[in-house]
Design a protein around this ligand. Structure first.
Ligand code: THU
Length: 132
């Protein structure tokens, strides 16, 4: 992916991360994806006093995309608050995979914006699917 596009995803994910609602964990996450049509959707984690109702940033971004009428993820970037690269949790991998291909790039960023590139196929080689 071009550096310019990755930069746009980083900016969108960082802006969303600033809007994270994480008063319980104090762990703010942002995610941004670009669709095959070129639109960008972002999401942040939204926690709840009933902890298990929390939604991760990645799923929030995917649901924003679906609500806007799109379903094809070309690439996704995740911005975390730590010195480590923020890797998506298992539940989010399954949800991203629903709208991605095994080759879809996943950029996992540390707090400084350094990223590690992987793919959905690497992160979730066997997604659950009703078609196979
Ligand atoms: N979280 C995300 O938003 N994405 C991830 O990939 C991992 C975890 C959120 C959920 C919760 O609000 C906080 O980070 C701590 O787990």
């Amino acid at each position: 992916m071009k550096d310019e596009l990755k930069e746009r995803l980083w900016q969108a994910a960082s802006a969303a991360r600033e809007r994270a609602y994480a008063p319980y964990s104090r762990f703010s996450v942002g995610a941004a994806l670009i669709t095959r049509s070129g639109a960008i959707y972002a999401g942040c984690n939204v926690e709840n006093a009933s902890y298990g109702l929390t939604i991760c940033a990645e799923r929030n971004a995917v649901f924003q995309m679906v609500a806007a009428g799109e379903d094809q993820i070309a690439a996704i970037l995740i911005a975390g608050p730590t010195e480590e690269f923020l890797v998506p949790c298992g539940a989010c991998r399954q949800v991203i995979a629903e709208f991605a291909s095994p080759e879809t790039p996943v950029y996992m960023c540390d707090v400084g914006g350094n990223s590690r590139r992987s793919t959905m196929g690497e992160l979730l080689p066997y997604r659950f699917s009703l078609n196979s």
